[in-house]
Write a protein that binds this ligand. Sequence first.
Ligand code: SF4
Length: 427
Amino acid sequence: MTLMDEARKGIITPTIRKVAENEHIDPDTVRKYVAEGLVTIPQNIKGKSRSMGIGKCMSVKINANVGTSRDFVDVDDEIEKAITAVKYGADTIMDLSTGGDLDSIRRRIMDAVDVPFGTVPLYQAASSKETVVDMSSDDMFDAVRKHAESGVDFVTIHAGVNQNALQRLRKGNRIMDVVSRGGSFTIAWMLHNNEENPFYAEFDYLIEIAKEYDLTLSLGDGMRPGCVHDASDNAKFMEFITLGELVKQAREAGVQTFVEGPGHVTADEVQLSVTSMKQLCHGAPLYLLGPLVTDIAPGYDHITGAIGGTIAGMCGADFLCMTTPAEHLALPTCEDIKEGAIVTKIAAHAADLTREGQRERARATDMEMAMARKSLDWEKQFDIAIDKEKPRKTRESRKTGSDACSMCGELCALKIVQKALEEDKQL
Ligand code: SF4
């Protein structure tokens, strides 16, 4: 039985109980949401036991992508990036490696971290061939099985990139066509072989594999927009209609899913994107790449992504894939990953402050910070801060004799008003 099957039978498993404890939510509510597919707890039966819930009433989670490319194969570096990402707040890690010995790289990164682990098996299927169009459909499914067998908790599958979506793409007026790596492999394969996407055509078979391992399917958005101009077009929405149908199919089989979403979207279109995706995909947990709210900030796309991520989280997105300052430019360094994780964590918390089920808990943390600021309790402030290192370093580097900070020193507004209020009370 999968976790979803058990939840449907009314069983509160230890995993569900642990998630409820972490999220401060009643265990039966979590069970009910898992049964309905509104909360996903990625956990392969072959993997480590990790209890992390994504979805309705859960805190917003963040993912960090690591992995080699064909040009840079330094596994130790990728392991360090994964450890760094978790240290600075990543709730999950995805290995997107395409260069080197992919089986060994996956295992080594997975062993190094203790959070749910995701991959894109299509990358391995494609990497084993000279060109992506040479893959057979067996290669694609074999890669999924191989990853499931190795203990991966969730896999991105671009099953929504089908002939329908492709037709919309052809008829549309996109500037950047397709920017999803998995989406591009799939489209190139479909066009070259003149066939339907095997992951769509044989989705039943995919479900069989997923069910065997209780593998979560992350239904990828191969049509995600690569610039704000391309944001809300027919190709994207066609894909979401398909993904909604696939969510239903997976749920019927007791297989957990979440749905991936765009991409580049202007701030005023984020709400439309999120609410329509939620509607079309029957409330499935939503995993967003960004959204980046402008195209003109290379070097700062962790910030454009965090702005979009906050708005998306407020509107119902559940899981944010972090962007780093290296986005669109290069393979990120460890320092890029650290910055990306912290900034995305800030976006997730900002969304939690407004989110059903998490609002009170998140606000209590901000209240603690406000109290620590009011009493100029610096240690407490550093302890509560999302980044616990930078604030201390900044204060230490410009410290004066005053118990206030060097911004206003003895003209500290907090001290002045506190003193004035106390004197007034004594009159
Ligand atoms: S000195 Fe100014 S900036 Fe610093 S804590 Fe006081 S009021 Fe805030």
